[in-house]
Design a protein around this ligand. Structure first.
Ligand code: SF4
Ligand SMILES: [Zn+2]
Ligand SMILES: [Zn+2]
Length: 322
């Protein structure tokens, strides 16, 4: 097995590209793919202050590392979900990555800071854990990005994630979700720009990237993921990809090229004309935002009116899709 670029011994095959790569050229491929995604979708501009949502897993640590390599100024944010054992181990990897490199990592902890954890809070609020988790993450990541006045919030969603989410959304034709399925969501009133620089890399590649770069990450999956639909969609796509390499890429990027525009107005409508939550001040379409309602039902401590971080509205976006 020889590297496509230098003909030296290869360490990995990437069937989607029908090629093998040595360590040096594989790492370069990963950086190039991220750079290309950033340019193609106008995700970031040089000089942007970037906040990355870090889980302690391979994807978020890989994207943090690659963005630093590309010269961006990137801080991390870790959200502790209070999931027995798993959360502690994930946090340790996130902290170690930041400490070893002298990076800034903010840690928000649901049990300590908001008085609930995902398994018990979701039960009390009569939600499935991933729904309570997703809502908490969206709210607290947005809030941290506003508070820190960051230009963009980065997440580690990779091609496998995006293709699986797309499959789920297409199977039910969920227009609102399809409208959000962009590699970039531009900033809106009270919402940071959200970007996914790993959309051109699969999870096998981000795992290999971490191994080759000596990045240690939590390998186990979140126990709450077991049996959820998303994993089922991933397995289905993996079976198809096995027989036809490149299908995930064509499915996702074909959607972006040919269909995604049709669904964007649904989100623009939803992101416009929002008011503020009377409890926490976050953008909301009701008196009390969905996060504060969740915290209340989960038996946690909602932020009190006037004591939460003020909204930093009106900062002009420095990039994003037009
Ligand atoms: S699997 Fe569900 S509960 Fe676990 S981190 Fe993901 S969204 Fe949260
Ligand atoms: Zn090579
Ligand atoms: Zn609120």
């Amino acid at each position: 097995m020889k590297c496509r670029v230098c003909r030296g011994p290869a360490v990995i095959d990437v069937r989607r590209h029908n090629a093998n790569f040595c360590e040096e050229h594989f790492l370069r491929l990963c950086r190039n793919q991220v750079e290309r995604a950033i340019e193609q979708h106008r995700m970031l501009s040089s000089g942007d202050r970037v906040l990355v949502a870090v889980s302690g897993g391979k994807d978020s640590l890989a994207v943090w590392d690659i963005l630093l390599e590309l010269g961006y100024q990137v801080d991390g944010l870790y959200l502790g979900l209070g999931i027995d054992g798993y959360s502690g181990r994930s946090e340790a990897y996130a902290r170690a990555f930041a400490k070893d490199r002298g990076l800034s990592l903010e840690v928000v902890d649901l049990p300590a800071d908001y008085g609930y954890d995902i398994p018990n809070g979701a039960r009390a609020a009569r939600r499935v854990p991933c729904s309570a988790c997703g809502l908490s993450k969206r709210h607290l990541f947005d809030e941290a990005a506003r508070r820190g006045n960051y230009d963009a919030l980065v997440t580690g969603h990779n091609l496998d994630d995006e293709a699986a989410v797309l499959l789920g959304n297409v199977l039910r034709w969920q227009g609102e979700y399809l409208g959000r399925q962009q590699p970039v969501l531009p900033a809106g009133e009270g919402f940071p720009r959200k970007v996914k620089p790993l959309v051109r890399l699969g999870e096998r590649e981000t795992a290999a990237y971490c191994v080759l770069r000596g990045i240690e990450y939590v390998v186990e999956e979140c126990p709450m993921a077991e049996g959820n639909r998303h994993l089922g969609y991933k397995e289905a796509l993996n079976a198809i990809e096995e027989r036809s390499p490149g299908t995930k890429h064509d499915f996702y990027f074909g959607f972006l090229d040919r269909a995604a525009d049709r669904f964007v107005p649904v989100v623009a409508e939803e992101r416009g004309a929002v008011g503020s939550c009377v409890r926490c001040g976050a953008p909301a379409n009701a008196e009390i935002c969905a996060f504060c309602r969740l915290v209340e039902r989960a038996g946690g401590r909602a932020p009190e009116a006037g004591t939460d971080v003020p909204l930093l509205l009106g900062r002009p976006p420095t990039g994003g899709v037009s």
